[in-house]
Design a protein around this ligand. Structure first.
Ligand SMILES: Nc1ncnc2c1ncn2[C@@H]1O[C@H](COP(=O)(O)OP(=O)(O)OP(=O)(O)O)[C@@H](O)[C@H]1O
Ligand SMILES: [Mg+2]
Length: 146
């Protein structure tokens, strides 16, 4: 496992790390995101989309469960697993259809779906620091450069 660590002091800085991470996003990649409410998972994903050249807006798909961002360098399915707690519920969202390799899949609240995060996933954990900063840890089974 390769581990990369960053500390950011604003939403903009977190988006900028996401924007850099976009350079290693590929179709078929799954990215499991972890972190509390307001940690910055959506901010990171917004930066990824900027880096991919996606033109639209990026918000937490809390009610829709999944947003699709098409037209950037790689198409992305952005899941919010906040309301998902069982494999049956996950299945009902169509999640497994997104794993056919055509899109990259980003998942907020991956804490809720440990059964669906496999060894090939890149894991991104965002933690609140004592001074309001965010600690971002990226763990990848393969070496990545970004
Ligand atoms: N260093 C930072 N990085 C990211 N966001 C920050 C940072 N410092 C402060 N913020 C603020 O924290 C919030 C992060 O919101 P965001 O929607 O990205 O979180 P989230 O992890 O997706 O939350 P949720 O679980 O509710 O979906 C924003 O209001 C942002 O302005
Ligand atoms: Mg979010």
């Amino acid at each position: 496992m390769y581990t990369y660590h960053f500390t950011t002091h604003s939403q903009q800085e977190t988006e900028d790390i996401g924007c850099r991470f976009a350079s290693c996003v590929r179709p078929g990649m799954t990215v499991a995101m972890y972190g509390d409410l307001g940690a910055g998972k959506t901010a990171f994903t917004r930066g990824v989309e900027r880096g991919l050249g996606y033109q639209g807006s990026v918000t937490s798909p809390t009610f829709s469960i999944v947003n699709e961002y098409r037209g950037g360098r790689v198409d992305v399915a952005h899941f919010d697993m906040y309301r998902i707690s069982s494999e049956e519920e996950l299945y009902g969202t169509g999640f497994y259809d997104y794993l056919d390799g055509r899109m990259a899949v980003f998942m907020e609240w991956s804490e809720n779906i440990p059964f669906a995060v496999d060894d090939t996933a890149v894991k991104i954990t965002i933690e609140h620091g004592p001074g309001g900063e965010r600690s971002i840890t990226v763990e990848s089974p393969e070496e990545i450069v970004f």
